[in-house]
Design a protein around this ligand. Structure first.
Ligand code: XMP
Length: 509
């Protein structure tokens, strides 16, 4: 396994992704973890990530030189390479201008890091400092027009550096470079596969749980579904999944979840708690989006807690925490204001007093999908677009009323059905309908109508942090609009949201 020390680069997670795609296990830790911890981890190789700092400024993140005496190969990327240069007595200076973008790499030595790769290929540069002199014992093994030391090596100590970013897709053969480092130089085995992972986790879960029972909040989303499927495989009917119907779900959602887990997976102790009346009662008269979220969050916990108390011998709570939530970030966070307080069933409070089981803690989202597939979950769940915890409540502007919910559910179902039919569902991050409680004038047949407005939202994104509105084909928009107006009573106008994030957010509330 490989240890990645993080110096705060926005690309650090990508290094881990690239290695794991090649079936090499790795973990990301902050650059300042202790030497003892590193020894305990017993890596076969260490990668130093990039980072925004300059090695020559005081207080910039450094590591002990002892790391290079552990007898394992080290690869420094960008800042990591500058740090190696600095620590071994070379010279790093501020570059005249920030080098950003593609450069052609000319490989000088194809024996280790660049084994089996072409003599020249494109790499991605992004740095403000550059190496002026390399330390004694080091030699250049690749260059570009701008950087005579695009890659360096200390053969004897097995220390390598690359100024470019092999982890980003713009670098051709980037994955191969990382693979060469891990397999050829460090001697790792490419044994990180989902099958191994499942076996290992099942064993671990059984050892932990013994004869006690485990509960989990199953929402039907990817993460909680995969957790439930994995646990069920490990401990069978000792698992008690609880599905809360908040009354804010989409059309057919409850039935689909019940079908999958009760019927297909035979989870005998699957329990649906229908709390829709309670949620709707508490949301009555509430218009403020943050208030809605708080009410829904609290009510959810209350309902879940009550249901959990009824389960005998329940000692554990299984949760779908993912790796990106676990990685300790070293990046200096600015004073970013809370834009929206996200409520998610993922985070149940500690006072519930259960011991936690988090079998997805080491996985990235796409690995979770792969795991779900391996466990036999249907595409309907694995490829599901994200759906917010507060559900349709934040897609009804203003007060949540049963009448509005009914209209929104029907309209939303049409949006999804048509998007799926057009083969676009998997390509879009989220697509849905929003209900606007304002009436506008229309004409249908010979009659004047005075009805509500539905907005359609479809966005592309990789993480929900930023998003672009999708240029859906006009024909498709036309069909959706026609169907909603014809089939959903109470709607006479459909509009399309063409706002990206920022400045808009994905949800309207
Ligand atoms: P925004 O609207 O902030 O949404 O651009 C970004 C992503 O987060 C989802 N979202 C939520 N998810 N609870 C959730 O679990 C929430 O309160 C919540 N609000 C927004 C949204 O669907 C999008 O994927």
């Amino acid at each position: 396994k490989i240890l990645i020390l993080d110096f705060g680069s926005q690309y650090t997670q990508l290094i881990a992704r690239r290695l794991r795609e090649k079936h090499i296990y790795c973990e990301i830790h902050p650059f300042n973890i202790s030497l003892e911890k590193i020894k305990e981890f017993a890596p076969k190789g260490i990668i130093l990530s990039g980072g925004p700092a300059s090695v020559y400024t005081e207080g910039s993140p450094k590591i002990s030189k002892e790391i290079f005496e552990l007898g394992v190969p080290v690869l420094g990327i960008c800042y990591g390479m500058q740090l190696i240069t600095y620590l071994f007595g070379g010279k790093v200076i501020k570059a005249e201008k920030h080098e950003y973008g593609k450069a052609t790499l000319e490989v000088l030595d194809r024996n280790d890091l660049f084994q089996n790769l072409p003599e020249t290929f494109n790499v991605w540069m992004s740095h403000g400092d550059r190496v002026l002199e390399i330390p004694e014992g080091f030699e250049p093994i690749a260059r570009t027009d701008n950087a005579p030391f695009a890659s360096i090596r200390n053969k004897e100590k097995k220390i390598f550096g690359v100024q470019f970013h092999p982890e980003v897709k713009h670098t051709e053969y980037g994955s191969e470079i990382l693979e060469n480092f891990a397999l050829k130089i460090c001697g790792c085995e490419p044994s990180w596969t989902m099958k191994n992972f499942i076996e290992y986790e099942i064993e671990k879960i059984r050892e932990t749980v013994k004869d006690k029972n485990v509960i989990c909040a199953l929402s039907g989303g990817v993460d909680s579904s995969v957790v439930a499927a994995l646990l069920h495989k490990a401990i069978g009917d000792q698992l008690y999944p609880i599905f809360v119907d908040t009354g804010l779900l989409r059309k057919g959602e409850r039935e689909s979840v019940e079908r999958t887990f009760k019927e297909k997976f035979h989870m005998k102790n699957f329990k649906t708690v229908d709390a829709s009346d309670l949620f709707l009662e508490r949301l009555k008269g509430v218009t403020d989006p943050e208030k809605k979220r708080k009410i829904i969050g609290h009510t959810f916990i209350e309902v879940f807690e009550k249901a959990a108390k009824e389960i005998p011998d329940a000692e554990f709570l299984a949760q779908g925490t993912l790796y990106p939530d676990v990685i300790e970030s070293v990046s200096v966070k600015g004073p970013s204001a809370t834009i929206k307080s996200h409520h998610n069933v993922g985070g149940l409070p500690e006072r519930l007093n259960f011991k936690l089981i988090e079998p997805l803690r080491e996985l990235f989202k796409d690995e979770v999908r792969e795991l779900g597939k391996e466990l036999g979950l249907p595409d309907e769940i694995i490829k599901r677009q994200p759906f917010p915890g507060p559900g349709l409540a934040i897609r009804i502007i203003d007060e949540v009323k049963p009448e509005y919910l009914e209209i929104l559910r029907e309209a939303d179902a049409i949006v999804l059905e048509e998007i799926k039919k057009a083969g676009l569902y998997d390509k879009i991050w989220q697509s849905f309908a929003v209900f606007l409680p304002l009436k506008t004038v229309g004409v249908m047949g010979d009659e004047r109508t005075y009805d509500y407005v539905i907005a359609i939202r479809a966005v592309e994104s990789t993480d929900g942090m930023t998003a672009d509105w999708v240029k859906l084909p006009f024909k498709l928009l036309e069909r959706i609009s026609n169907r909603i107006i014809n089939e959903v009573k109470g709607v006479n106008r459909v509009v399309y949201d063409i706002t990206s994030k920022p400045p808009g957010t994905i949800e309207w509330e």
